[in-house]
Design a protein around this ligand. Structure first.
Ligand SMILES: Nc1ncnc2c1ncn2[C@@H]1O[C@H](COP(=O)(O)OP(=O)(O)OP(=O)(O)O)[C@@H](O)[C@H]1O
Ligand SMILES: [Mg+2]
Length: 498
């Protein structure tokens, strides 16, 4: 793997965090904060599989780690000098290399042991450029196109999702200060700060990637950085079919539903593929409709032209922590005055759910959103809870009726045990029976010959039709979608279905 090859292995296996890093310093190196020992691997996740193997860590050789730290602090004329510079900018890299060479000559003239041979200098220059212009130790992951997520659990443990597989990498930050330097380098150009007053930051990088940083005192393993990289190209429905996330028949059905202006909620857990699926579904909205998208961090990539993209705004810097802030809820309310044909909300996480339901019930049919939940019934409960958060003091029964009359379909997606993402249920909200909501599964992810009625959670299954036509079939037909009984598996109810 590219970043593994590029990393330098210290043949002596020394730990650069130990004071031996500079045995001959005139002034002792600044005392380093103790690093919390690496946590053992999570037992539950690995208990059933083979023993967890911690990869050999590719540490910076001690001499280079010492110089890297010393020079990193001094090479820029001011801490923010390089805020807008990027790794790969040849002009800036040359200028910084010249400064490095001059600084190193001075250090080596006083202390010969820090004279570097050309290959050591090249290594040091690359490491420093990663720190000053890039993202420090995780720079190789940031530029690796196959990497979609980066998780830094303190300096010692760095996980990444590469080609859909989550693995612990051999990368490490040299020490706590190194990781803090990178955290500052991420947030400072965005006009944000991370310090004792604001130890947690949610931000978006200029390329659209999402970053979440937690620092001390809450982050017990050292500064924690999580980056969800912005995909250069979102997956298409063809990709999802190829990966087995859904079948062509289910895709045809979902296309008909979006076209016919059904209100659809995509539900799933963290990282299950909700936004990707929302993007695919939004892609089915006809070109002549006005779409308003509302997101916390704009991730949707719609091909249509008549799209208004809105994103929440954090409070203005230096204000009272509220001024200048726009929440999803503010934006949903505002969007109703923008004559939208469709409202697409990236995720409902709070009181905006109530505004959305009201919009769906008052002529903004065909709206789409996602919620965080594990099954369709949970999604209804989750929507109820979110609506209660709007603080309107409505009885649950009223909210429940609003949900039932607004939402037509729940599409449940999950990351199953083999790490792949599958649509596991496509469920119609049919109505109420007394106080309870009636749901009908139209499609379910099942294993061959499965007789139980819960979706399968392992690979090797298929999203099967359950043998029922939805109640809203007339709406699909009015919109020109004459889906045969074949799509719904009518006449061939799978084993176990009523
Ligand atoms: N069906 C799929 N098959 C394979 N990879 C997928 C699929 N759907 C999404 N992914 C990938 O999984 C990662 C997470 O996807 P996505 O952002 O859509 O998830 P999410 O549920 O919205 O996450 P979050 O809970 O963080 O908002 C992305 O890298 C995406 O490209
Ligand atoms: Mg998402």
């Amino acid at each position: 793997m590219s970043f593994m090859q590029r990393r330098l292995n210290d043949p002596a296996g020394r730990d650069p965090r130990k004071p031996e890093a500079d045995p001959v310093a005139e002034t002792p190196a600044a005392p380093m904060r103790p690093v919390t020992p690496a946590a053992p691997p999570p037992p539950a996740a690995h208990a059933a599989g083979p023993a967890y193997v911690v990869p050999d860590k590719a540490r910076t050789p001690a001499k280079l780690a010492y110089l890297r730290k010393l020079m990193r602090a001094k090479i820029l004329k001011s801490p923010d000098e390089a805020d807008t510079w990027t790794r790969g900018d040849a002009e800036k890299e040359t200028m910084l290399s010249i400064r490095m060479r001059a600084m190193l000559e001075k250090i080596a003239s006083e202390r010969r042991e820090y004279a570097l041979n050309p290959s050591e200098f090249e290594q040091l220059r690359d490491l420093l450029l990663d720190d000053l212009l890039g993202f420090g130790a995780i720079q190789p992951l940031v530029v690796d196109r196959a990497c979609s997520e980066i998780m830094v659990n303190g300096p010692e443990i760095i996980f990444a999702e590469i080609k859909g597989k989550l693995l612990e990498t051999d990368l490490v930050f040299d020490d706590d200060e190194h990781i803090e330097y990178t955290a500052q380098r991420i947030v400072r150009p965005l006009g944000r700060t991370i310090d004792r007053n604001q130890p947690m930051v949610d931000a978006r990088l200029p390329d659209g990637s999402r970053v979440h940083i937690v620092a001390e005192p809450s982050a017990l393993m050292g500064t924690t950085i999580t980056i969800r990289k912005f995909p250069e190209k979102r997956l298409t429905v063809e990709d999802l079919i190829k990966f087995g996330s859904l079948t062509p028949e289910a895709a045809e059905f979902l296309k008909a539903c979006v076209h016919s202006r059904l209100n659809i909620v995509v539900a799933g857990g963290t990282g299950s593929g909700k936004t990707t699926l929302l993007n695919v579904l939004s892609g089915y909205i006809p070109d002549d409709e006005r779409i308003v998208t509302i997101e916390d961090a704009a991730e949707l990539q719609l091909a249509q032209r008549h799209v208004v993209r809105l994103e929440t705004a954090p409070p203005a810097p230096g204000g009272d922590g509220k001024r200048g802030m726009l929440t999803i809820r503010d934006l949903v309310r505002g969007s109703l005055r923008m004559r939208p044909d469709r409202i697409v909300i990236g995720e409902c996480r709070g009181g905006e759910a109530l505004d959305m339901l009201q919009a769906m019930n008052t002529g903004h049919d065909g709206s789409l959103t996602t919620v965080h939940s594990n099954n369709p019934r949970d999604s209804v409960a989750r929507l109820e809870t979110l609506c209660l958060m709007a603080g309107m003091d409505l009885p649950v029964s009223v909210i429940r009726r609003q949900i039932v009359s607004a939402v037509d379909l729940i599409v449940q997606i999950a990351r199953i045990k083999d790490g792949s993402r599958k649509i596991v249920q496509i469920t119609e909200i049919q109505g109420m029976e007394g106080d309870s909501v009636t749901l009908q599964d139209l499609f379910m992810y099942r294993m061959p010959g499965q007789t139980t009625l819960a979706p399968a959670s392992i690979g090797g299954g298929r999203l099967e039709a359950m043998g029922y036509r939805p109640k809203f079939i007339d709406r699909l037909e009015e919109n020109g979608f004459k889906l045969g009984g074949r799509i719904f598996g009518v006449g061939q109810k799978p084993p176990g279905a009523k």
